[in-house]
Design a protein around this ligand. Structure first.
Ligand SMILES: Cc1ncc(COP(=O)(O)O)c(C=O)c1O
Length: 345
């Protein structure tokens, strides 16, 4: 095992043994190569560099209580990458090739797979697909390069389950109404950086974006979906401009399984005052509880409405859902929905 203080890991880059690469050209993928150097060489005219022809995924591998290694729902990530690639007009790997590369990346970098005992830590996989043929005009790239990157990570912000303060940015959008919001393309993140940086300067961990058309309903955060708990109901926005989060989908299933009602529907901003618990959800930490949610007419404005949830700890319903998902990922409870894909040693 690598000489790493697993308890100090954050969501940041650590060099591992290998990255995997395959290139789609002349109608076929080249054999997958393992590279020890993570610096790449390709044309400076590559479509990815000029027109953001790039999409990616994020998923995790966990060491289980029983010593077995599990990937959480990798086929869903493979399918989502295919959707994103179709949107960009580039070739994507098959589901089988994607999952095989996930497994191979884990095995080649097993030294960096954190021990079971380190609950917040895992090996994060970052499948990345970029348009790499030289081009000048705006067009989808004919050649694409698919990379399977990985890095050991801990909690994304603070500790897992530390509550955060977030802000609504009414004068900024991350996605357009009929745009790319539901695809995991790099351009969406570039579009959110200006408002995210402003929010950070103001002491907030994330921006909560509203639906870009009516500015009436809640969309999602920079890199996570929104959910709320009201009584015994799990509520999450239905919107065409948000990423279909695999964690959120799993939480909806988990909530129903644990006897809660589940509502996926437009969530009006006015409802914020009626919720018992509010949180972010995503692969990074499954659930990040929101403590204070601040609504401002503009991010630059002094005026604000503050919604407060709980006392800075994760609420009881969110906690129960968190433990259910983590329990399955870590092999502690039965994988009743067959979500895990095992990596055979
Ligand atoms: C914009 C956005 N929304 C939601 C999510 C959560 O998706 P998932 O649960 O598939 O990680 C992510 C990524 O993690 C994201 O970048």
């Amino acid at each position: 095992m690598a000489n790493i203080d697993w308890s100090k890991l954050t969501f940041s880059y650590t060099k591992t043994n290998t990255i995997l690469r395959t290139v789609y050209k002349d109608g076929a993928w080249t054999p997958v190569e393992s590279l020890t150097d993570d610096n790449l060489t390709f044309s400076s005219y590559a479509g990815a560099l000029h027109y953001a022809i790039e999409c990616f995924e994020g998923l995790k591998a966990f060491r289980g209580k029983d010593g077995r290694i599990r990937l959480f729902r990798p086929e869903e990530n493979a399918k989502r990458l295919q959707r994103s690639a179709k949107f960009l007009g580039i070739e994507a790997p098959s589901v089988e090739m994607f999952v095989d590369m996930c497994k191979r990346a884990v095995l080649e970098n097993i030294d960096y797979l954190p021990p079971y005992e380190e609950e917040g830590a895992s090996l994060y996989l970052r499948p990345t697909l970029i348009g790499t043929n030289p081009q000048l005009g705006v067009q989808s790239s004919k050649e694409s390069t698919f990379l399977m990157l990985c890095s050991p990570v801990g909690a994304y912000v603070g500790g897992a389950l530390d509550a955060v303060d977030v802000v609504i940015a009414r004068n900024y959008d991350r996605a357009a109404g009929n745009g790319s919001g539901s695809f995991k393309v790099g351009g969406n993140y570039a579009c959110s950086l200006y408002s995210l940086n402003k929010a950070h300067d103001l002491g907030f961990k994330a921006v909560l974006y509203l639906d870009p058309v009516n500015k009436k309903y809640i969309d999602e955060f920079n890199s996570s979906n929104f959910f709320a708990i009201k009584g015994n109901t799990y509520i999450t926005p239905k919107s065409d401009s948000i990423l279909p989060s695999i964690t959120n989908m799993s939480l909806e299933t988990a909530a129903a399984h644990l006897g809660m009602e589940v509502e996926r529907r437009p969530v009006a901003v006015e409802e914020l005052s009626t919720f018992d618990e509010v949180g972010e959800c995503g692969t990074a930490v499954v659930i990040t509880p929101v403590h204070k949610l601040v609504d401002k007419p503009t991010l630059e404005s002094e005026e604000e409405t503050v919604y407060t949830y709980g006392d800075g700890q994760c609420g009881p319903k969110s906690l129960k859902l968190y433990h259910f998902i983590k329990g399955i990922q870590r092999g502690e409870i039965e994988d009743v929905f067959n979500w895990n894909v095992e990596v055979e040693l």
